[in-house]
Write a protein that binds this ligand. Structure first.
Ligand code: 9D3
Length: 230
């Protein structure tokens, strides 16, 4: 799968991209990530990417030309047209079903907004899939793009090793429970001990305990997950 990321801050990506799961997937050529600084598609001498909003109001709006022209130059860099995604607070919310849908694409072109937003003509011309990662305010779409890439990656065959396999993930279709507490060595740390059942060697008892813990924690913190109308 190929990701093309259009951003004014390409320097935000290399740290994320060098983390081990991602780096290995890139090395094995299962995925590739290409960032493009759409400031390079400005034509005026000051390389302005933003301007004041028509109708007045605070802040600045990203001009349409650099974004649309950047997409038009980046698109032919691969055979697949790909799906264009605009990261925006106005988008539909990124949930695991949306992640599963995006993971079926061979290519995603991600546009990261900044400032107060992006000129509407970008949306009208490119008809992107508009996606938000949740109801809180970020400074721009870059972190949201990394979240989207991170979630999609895990579903691409071969990206996760057996050790990191995602079959039991909470929130995958079918499993809507929070996970129970986990422990590793030492058995006692600062006076806190591991629950006896986990040391019992009784696999059935362990599974029963985990299921109870899961359900109790989900009821307490995330009752919304138990309501299947959500
Ligand atoms: C007060 C009006 N704001 C809209 C909610 C302006 C505004 C705030 C933050 C406009 C853009 C942004 C930058 N955010 C993103 O680009 C963004 C985002 C987010 O802020 N929250 C969750 N998901 C996303 S995806 C892109």
């Amino acid at each position: 799968m190929r990701f093309d990321v259009l951003t004014l801050f390409p320097e935000m990506f290399p740290g994320y991209v060098s983390q081990s799961i991602l780096a290995k997937a890139i090395q094995r050529k299962i995925i590739s990530i290409h960032t493009h600084d759409f400031r390079q598609w400005t034509t005026d001498k000051h390389h302005s990417v933003d301007d004041r909003p028509f109708g007045g109001g605070p802040g600045m709006v990203i001009k349409p030309e650099p974004v649309v022209e950047c997409v038009e130059s980046v698109r032919p860099l691969a055979d697949q047209a790909g799906r264009i995604v605009l990261l925006t607070p106005q988008g539909r919310k990124l949930t695991q079903p949306v992640v599963e849908e995006l993971a079926t694409e061979e290519r995603l072109i991600l546009i990261c907004g900044r400032y107060e937003g992006i000129d509407q003509r970008v949306v009208d011309l490119l008809e992107p899939d508009e996606i938000s990662i949740g109801d809180y305010i970020l400074n721009g779409g870059e972190v949201a793009a990394m979240v989207l890439i991170d979630a999609v990656l895990r579903l691409i065959p071969g990206v996760l090793g057996d050790a990191e396999s995602h079959v039991d993930d909470s929130f995958s279709s079918g499993n809507r429970l929070l996970e129970s507490a986990q422990y590793t060595r030492p058995r006692e740390y600062r006076g806190l001990t591991v629950p006896d059942v986990l040391l019992s060697g009784n696999h059935q008892e362990v599974e029963r305990w985990r299921a109870e813990q899961s359900l109790a924690k989900t009821k307490q913190r995330r009752a919304d997950l138990l309501d299947d109308t959500n």
